[in-house]
Design a binder for this molecule. Structure first.
Ligand code: Z2T
Length: 754
């Protein structure tokens, strides 16, 4: 059937009217149903082995464009709508964004599902159907407040299934029911599934703030996503959630294994489980338990599970490493306790070194240790991160199991992060090198032959300007911010965390402010854009947000500074905002303390959209620098080796850095009369004290080099042709960071599917 006919039938059937009589919501709904049907009908990829990607988070973002693109319907639908004077972008704004993740880890899982399907590999996601996604951020009196995010719609993307599994949680029996989201692969003709488990008939409790542990488990189990990024929520409900996820997921694996006609003791031949950080690590003891129920001995069960499970580490931050008191597991999943004790004893018998113990002297379970002993693969997410794991953080394990360790540098799906979010740039790329880069992002290197082509370079600058104009219109209509599209857009968007050092960027803003006050004007106005959420309980991160919102207000009120410097913090930063912000960015801020950002993935998205990076030699920035060369990136700051030595020797001295004259006046501005008149004195002075005396993530160590390097970048920006060359080289070299490449590597080295 013709596309237009099919849409006509759908709107007739659901709304009793022709498409051109439908409002935006009805038309959106018709397209959703069309995509859901088409994707649902696609066959699964075939193969003897199947991947299950276990993750507590899948940060999908809006799905309509993405699904249409994978189904080959994106351009046809756009053309069809254009013929009616309608716009896909407008329809998609009807869609609530499924924010079932915190940040990088959850978004990585979503990019991976997209690539696994596009490569035609048999692999499904396994996660939880949170009824409330990550909280909605609202600013009130220059502070973050949190509101619930009910994202579920009556007739949305979820496909109910007949699968249901019993799960015993402590002394209550509950039923896990399974919902699916179809994940069609672009160009592969098949579709995988994201399985989201939920409680059957929960009587859902209303929003009760952030204290999820109050109230009873059966009501709250799949209500909320824990809002912690690179941080651990040591809460009992989290253990319940994790166990519910892995028990249902493990039962699904064994049911499908049986349906495929394979015996339980061949698990490892037919199944590979990728464990996305330690949140789903209890799948290991749960599978051992279920295999023993099916007649395997403990040792054979443990061997099968070890040969089927692979673990990805996403951070070296100590506060993020999960260790659960055995008493919590005793409460939430007592059936796992004897299994965990036996797994621990078996590991201790082979490896008595207490540094590699699963159970420590305080009867806490070290989840990462469990994964490393009882998995066949351990990977980091960027080369530097993997090196630090092997040589520092996990060295004792690497000495025992050197062959288990490998690097898999993260990647992002270019279908979302270039093809659908930056259409002006896509047209330019297509005009230069044709469409083949869609299949193989490395082909973007073909752009290098235009590095000195004035026509291409000036078109590239025009594309960036168009994207900045579009962002300005959006920020004006959605948030009442009126920005200057001719200013330089300097963008830092990511979760608020001290190690990511938004506070250091704020100090650079203060520097620029004081320069303007002193009559030293920049060559061109600068707009410093921020976006990101702080975990509700992360007090210091909230102080940093407060500082930025105060600076924004201060400058808005200052007619001397406002024409030259603006600060704009986007409210409720999410995937949808990222899709508008990234194409509009000139300077990409990636300024984490070296060694602390495992990889970063925003850095890759910015690069692909023609932003130039201002960053430390941390995470994947190191690989970006290697690909583009030093003339096409601005790096600064202490190296990871230096930082690691400073921590090891406890020799970082924030007071000494503070007393450098240029630094002291920036830090002291936090408690200046101007700022105290705007903000909360208690919040600002707490941050001021912390910066001077603790500064755990060493913002004052790098701040001078940072300010100097940013000034250099802004000077270079004025030579527009030279800057456009940098943009072009960044786009051309970004193909390495396609998640299609990452997934090929996972498959070749770890999964061995097909
Ligand atoms: C997260 O987003 C990341 C690490 C975590 O460690 C937890 C969460 Cl929710 C437990 C991020 C890293 O911070 C980032 O560097 C990395 O790019 C991303 O995971 C994906 O690997």
């Amino acid at each position: 059937m013709q596309l237009s006919e099919e849409i006509f039938q759908l709107t007739q059937q659901h709304f009793g009217r022709a498409p051109d009589q439908c409002d935006d919501r009805q038309l959106y709904q018709a397209l959703l149903i069309l995509a859901r049907q088409r994707a649902g009908e696609r066959p699964a990829p075939t193969g003897e082995r199947k991947l299950y990607y276990f993750s507590a988070e899948f940060l999908l973002g809006k799905l309509l464009s993405n699904q249409l693109l994978a189904l080959g319907l994106y351009q046809p639908v756009k053309d069809y709508l254009a013929g009616m004077g309608r716009d896909l972008g407008v329809l998609e704004s009807m869609e609530p964004e499924p924010s079932l993740g915190n940040g990088g880890l959850g978004r990585l899982a979503a990019c991976f599902l997209d690539s696994i399907a596009a490569l035609g590999l048999p692999g499904d996601g396994v996660g939880l159907n949170y009824h409330f996604g990550l909280f909605r951020q609202v600013f009130s009196r220059c502070k973050q407040t949190e509101e619930p995010d009910p994202w579920l719609q009556p007739d949305g993307w979820l496909i109910p299934t007949r699968r249901a599994f019993p799960v015993s949680l402590g002394n209550t029996q509950v039923t896990a029911v399974m919902y699916d989201i179809a994940i069609p692969g672009a160009g592969s003709g098949c579709a995988n599934r994201l399985h989201l488990f939920d409680l059957a008939d929960p009587a859902h409790a209303p929003w009760v703030g952030i204290d999820f542990d109050k109230g009873d488990i059966a009501h709250n189990l799949t209500s909320f996503l824990y809002p912690d990024d690179s941080d651990r929520a040591g809460r009992l409900l989290r253990v319940y959630q994790q166990y519910f996820l892995v028990s249902a997921g493990a039962q699904l694996i064994l049911a499908e294994l049986e349906e495929r006609g394979f015996a339980p003791d061949t698990l490892a031949d037919h199944v590979v489980i990728q464990i996305n950080d330690t949140h789903p690590s209890m799948v290991i003891p749960e599978l051992v338990r279920l295999l023993m129920d099916r007649g395997l001995t403990f040792d054979r069960a443990a061997d099968q599970v070890t040969a089927a499970c692979a673990y990805t580490n996403h951070t070296i931050l100590a506060e993020a490493l999960e260790t659960w008191p055995m008493s919590y597991i005793q409460t939430a999943a007592p059936q796992l306790v004897p299994i965990l004790r036996r797994l621990d004893q078996r590991a201790k018998a082979a490896h008595p070194d207490p540094r590699v113990a699963i159970l420590d002297g305080e009867d806490r379970v070290h989840m990462a240790h469990l994964d490393i002993h009882y998995g066949f693969s351990v990977n980091g997410v960027a080369q530097l991160h993997t090196d630090i794991l092997k040589h520092t953080e996990l060295k004792p394990f690497c000495d025992i199991y050197p062959q288990k360790f490998s690097n898999k540098t993260n990647g992002v799906t270019f279908r979302r992060w270039l093809e659908t979010c930056d259409q002006p740039l896509v047209s330019l790329i297509d005009d230069c090198i044709g469409p083949d880069w869609r299949r193989d992002a490395q082909k973007l290197e073909g752009l290098l032959q235009f590095q000195h082509d004035p026509a291409v370079l000036s078109r590239l600058l025009e594309v960036k300007q168009q994207n900045k104009d579009r962002l300005c219109r959006l920020l004006w209509s959605e948030q009442g911010l009126d920005l200057d599209p001719s200013s330089v857009f300097d963008v830092q968007i990511k979760r608020f965390h001290e190690y990511k050092r938004q506070q250091m960027n704020a100090l650079a803003v203060i520097h620029q402010y004081l320069e303007i006050k002193a009559g030293r004007l920049p060559q061109r106005p600068v707009t410093v854009l921020f976006g990101g959420k702080a975990a509700p309980a992360y007090v210091m991160a909230k102080h940093i947000i407060h500082l930025i919102l105060c600076l924004q207000k201060l400058i808005e009120q200052d007619p001397q500074v406002r024409p030259w410097l603006r600060v704009a913090m986007v409210e409720n930063y999410n995937v949808t905002w990222a899709e508008a912000l990234i194409p509009a960015c000139d300077l990409s801020e990636q300024i984490s303390l070296a060694s602390k950002e495992a990889s970063g993935t925003g850095n890759m998205k910015f690069m692909a959209n023609g932003a130039v990076t201002l960053g430390t030699m941390d995470g994947a920035n190191v690989e970006i620098a290697g690909l583009v060369g030093e003339e096409n990136i601005y790096t600064f700051g202490a190296s990871s080796d230096q930082v690691i030595a400073l921590y090891r020797d406890r020799s970082y001295d924030p007071r000494a850095c503070y007393h450098r004259p240029q630094v002291e006046r920036l830090v002291d501005f936090l408690v200046s009369p101007e700022l105290l008149a705007i903000g909360d004195p208690a919040s600002l002075s707490t941050l001021w004290h912390d910066m001077k005396s603790k500064d755990w993530f060493m913002a004052l160590l790098d701040v001078e080099d940072y300010i100097r390097t940013k000034a250099e970048a802004l000077r270079d920006y004025e030579c527009r042709t030279a800057w456009a060359e940098k943009m072009l080289v960044n786009i051309a070299r970004s193909g390495y960071f396609s998640s299609d490449r990452t997934i090929r590597q996972y498959n070749e080295d770890i999964w061995h599917l097909n």
